[in-house]
Design a protein around this ligand. Sequence first.
Ligand code: PLP
Length: 428
Amino acid sequence: MEQARRQFLQQSIGSLGVLSIGSWLDTASKESLLSEIRQATFDNPGPDNEEFWALIRQAYTVSPQIINLNNGGVSPQPEVVQRAMIRYYEQANEGPSYYMWQILDQGREPLRRRLAELAGCDPEEIAINRNASEALETAIYGIPLEKGDEVVLCKQDYPNMLNAWKQREKREGIVLKWADHTLPTEDTNVLVKGYTDLFNTKTKVVHITHVINWNGQVLPARAIADEAAKRNIRVVIDGAHSFAHLEYKIPDLGGDYFGTSLHKWLSAPFGSGLLWVKKSRIAETWPLFAPQEPASEDIRKFEALGTRSFPIEHAIGEAIDFQLLIGNRRKEERLWYLKNYWTSQVIKLPGITIGTPASPGWSGAIGLLQIEGMEPSEISQTLWKDYKIHTVAIVWEAIKGVRITPHVYTSLKDLDLLVNAIRKMTES
Ligand SMILES: Cc1ncc(COP(=O)(O)O)c(C=O)c1O
């Protein structure tokens, strides 16, 4: 094991300069790796500092047998997060009702404060839950609306959210108005106009996906929200792909509601998420699971779920530690750097189109690859069959391609293999 690690490090990072590979290998514990990463951040490593990012890779336990470039689906967790989750799980099993409700549950308020610090908001606006779907459906079903009230959303929003709005349409007679974006684009005015053209006096809500999952397009959430605010329209923001990926503070997006999964870009345990509700909107919003006081101003009314996985929730704390160890800004820059690393090479090949905006601020890690004359499923199957590169084929509205999503643990070597594979496909 130790020898395999040594070999891996030698192959992947060659000769390390300031970072002492030897001292780390001699101390096997993950703690020493984390302190090595901490030390390395003092030199403010940039997005192209492969020595630093090789250390980050070591904190994960991803399989060396495959190259996982579908981190847009769900992220793996660093080992320290996995271990924490297992530790809490084992502890809970020593006496579930005692350890879960009397010990672990005591950590809920400190965790809320830490999440709020990360999100740049008041802890009294954060509810901890299981994923973006739960968070956003709480908002979608909870906003008081009457028959005939209009909601503006777009065809490129996430299916779970669209289905929730459609269910309200069927059940309660609200009216959905659909924007249809032509993507990719870096034109704020066009994107904003896509929504404002549909606003009228009956519009009560606008639903905005901050980063479109199909192609990684960032939408100008703040600019859309500002237009909505002028007309007293509530704003729901789907931050499933932007939280802990792009650097921002939730209130700065100008929304009334924000939901995200934490098992995506934060690398928290599978089945963790958060809902943010602007303080002034809490009382009027109906919870999905009824608490004793549904009209309460207490954000905790959105957590009346019953027995849930305390170990999963608790290990979110370790994921926050890991996120802060890297730093939000550094992570965003690295993720964009990785996307740009492969897209800037393959775009020069014949028949290649990238269906994602190129500029930082308009995109992060997610890139959509199109190869002329090849169906998305054919491309992703070839990547898997011939190279063991795991990606996902996307066909949604006018968006077609293979979504490629590296993460902080992805090495340039992996991306070199991807670039070569794409080159081969364009030659055949
Ligand atoms: C934009 C967007 N919103 C919401 C979700 C739902 O996330 P979850 O399945 O974690 O609830 C996803 C999942 O991929 C997504 O991409």
